[in-house]
Write a protein that binds this ligand. Sequence first.
Ligand code: URA
Length: 433
Amino acid sequence: MRLYDIIKKKQGGGELSTEEINFFIRGVTDGSIPDYQISALLMAIWFRGMSVRETCDLTFAVRDSGEKLDFSAIDGIRVDKHSTGGVGDKTSLVVAPIVASFGVKVAKMSGRGLGHTGGTVDKLESIDGFRTTLSEEEFIEQVNKIGLAIVGQSRQFAPADKKLYALRDVTATVDSMPLIAASIMGKKLAADDDCIVLDVKTGSGSFMKTAEASKELARLMVDIGKNAGKKMVALITNMDRPLGYAIGNSLEVIEAVETLKGRGPADFTEVCLILASYMLSLAGKGTPEECRKLAEGAIADGSALKKLAETVRAQGGNAELIEHPETFARAKYSHAVLSREEGYIASVDTEAYGLSSLALGAGRNTAEDPIDHTAGILLKKKTGDFVRKGEEIATLFSCNAACFSAAEEQLLAATHISKEKAPEEPLVYGVVE
Ligand code: URA
C-alpha cells in the first residue's frame, strides 16, 4: 500500500477502506509517513470529507495508536468534559472542581491551544509550579484522594492524534468535521471514563461556524461514544462572542477563580453551570435541574473554589494564587483599545479576537513557540453593549509592546458597530443526548 494512492483516492472524493485508514494511522504513529504526505491527506480530507464509516474507522485507529488508560483503580463514577475549542473558554477550570466537590471523579486529560483557540494545559501552566505531567500512579492516586487531576496528553496516549493535531494546527485543516470527531473521540475512547459531556461550540469563534454543522458534529460524536458504551451528552453552546471578558492564559485563570467566588461574568457562569449540571446528572446525582442547584451551591459555599486550590496544591502549583488571584504576575505592558465609532456592538468576529490574543503572545504560531502566559485581552465591552467614540473597548496585555498595533487593528476590524442593538442570542442552542 502507498500513501500516494490513498491521497489520490481521497483527493478524487473516494471512500477510504478500513485497511487504508489503518495504514495511514500506523504510518503517522511509527513515523514512516513524512509530514508532507500526512498534511496532503489531511487537506484532501478537509476538502472531501469522510463518511460516517470512515470517521468511525479513523476514530478507532486514533484510539488504538497508543496505550489505553486504565482507570479501574479509581473508586467511583468517572466523568469527563471536552470542548471543541473556543475563545475565552476556561470552563474546565470551573466545572471540573464543581463536579469533583460532589465526590464524582474527574480524571482530566486536557489539550494545548489549537489554532485561534486556547487550551486548558496552557492556562494551568500560568500558575507558578503547576505540573501538567504526572506519572499514571500519581494521577490515579490524586484522583482517588481529592477527586480531581488535570494533566496534558502523555506521549504514549493517542500518539497519532498528537501528531495530527500539531500538523492540522499549521496547515489550516483544523475545521474539518471528521478530523475533529476522530481527534476528540479517539482520545475519549482511549481514556477510561464512564460519562462524557461534550461542549460543541458554534459560531464565529468555533471551528464549526453554523448551529447545523455543530449539531451534526455533536450527533456524530455522541453516537460514536454511545456505541462504545459511554454515557454521553453534547451541548451546543454559543461561540459567536468570547466567553466572559478574559482571553489569554493567566487572565482566564483569574476570571475562572472569580467565577468560583461567585463574581464571574453572567454568560460564562451560566455555561459553566449548565455543563456542570449535565456532568453531575450523568454521574447519577439527579436531574439536570436538580444538579444545577447543586452546582450553584458549590459556588455559593466555596467548596468548588476549595477543590481547585486543593488540586493546584497537589500538582505543585502555588495555591496562594487561587486564594489571591490579584497576585498573579502581570504583563509588562498594557494598551487601551479605544473605539473609533459610536453605537452598539452588533457582532464580533470571535476567531479574529482569538488570533489577536495569539499575536500578543498568548498562543503559538509553530508547535515550538514559547507562550507569554501574561498576554491576552481583557474586554471592556461585548456584543450588545453601547460604546462611545473614544471609549475603551478592551485592554491588551503583552511582554512585547511592539505587537500592540497589529493586535489593536485586528480587534477593531473584528468589532462591528451599528446604530441598532442586535437581538440577544441564546447561550445554548441545543442538547444532543
Ligand atoms: N479539540 C480536540 O481535541 N481536537 C480537535 O480537533 C478540536 C478540538
